[in-house]
Design a protein around this ligand. Structure first.
Ligand code: 5GP
Ligand code: ZN
Length: 114
């Protein structure tokens, strides 16, 4: 989508620090990290939010989790643990309209979230 921030990051129009990439997924450091590791993982295809996942396109979510597990091992935080967060819609705190998963690690994360 031409005016989508994360589509622009995926196609290189807006610079980002790449952490992982394959045919279906792109991962990069969050610009405003909330933990020592704060990585955004997105599908390369534009999907607006979790509300737009269907039986047809939701295999990407499993793929994103397997990308997260690879990143966790590569960055060395697999053993200590990590968290995946998806904010969906206004009340979920979503600010960018391209489905994305926050991969957070590197400190003892608290529960419940705000
Ligand atoms: P949301 O609030 O939609 O769940 O998460 C959006 C995330 O994208 C936020 O954590 C925010 O810091 C991050 N973000 C927003 N704009 C940019 C940007 O231009 N570059 C990067 N790397 N991250 C961004
Ligand atoms: Zn997009």
């Amino acid at each position: 989508m031409s005016d989508c921030l994360f589509c622009k990051i995926i196609n290189g129009e807006i610079p980002s620090t790449k952490v992982y990439e394959d045919d279906n997924v792109y991962a990069f450091n969050d610009i405003d990290p909330q933990a020592p590791f704060h990585i955004i993982i997105v599908p390369k295809d534009h999907i607006a939010s979790g509300n737009d996942l269907t039986d047809e396109n939701s295999a990407i979510v499993g793929h994103i989790f397997s990308a997260a597990a690879k990143i966790a091992k590569e960055k060395g935080f697999a053993e200590n643990g990590w968290r995946i967060v998806n904010n969906c819609g206004k009340d979920g705190g979503q600010t960018v309209g391209h489905l994305h998963f926050h991969l957070l690690a590197g400190r003892n994360l608290q529960w419940p979230p705000g």
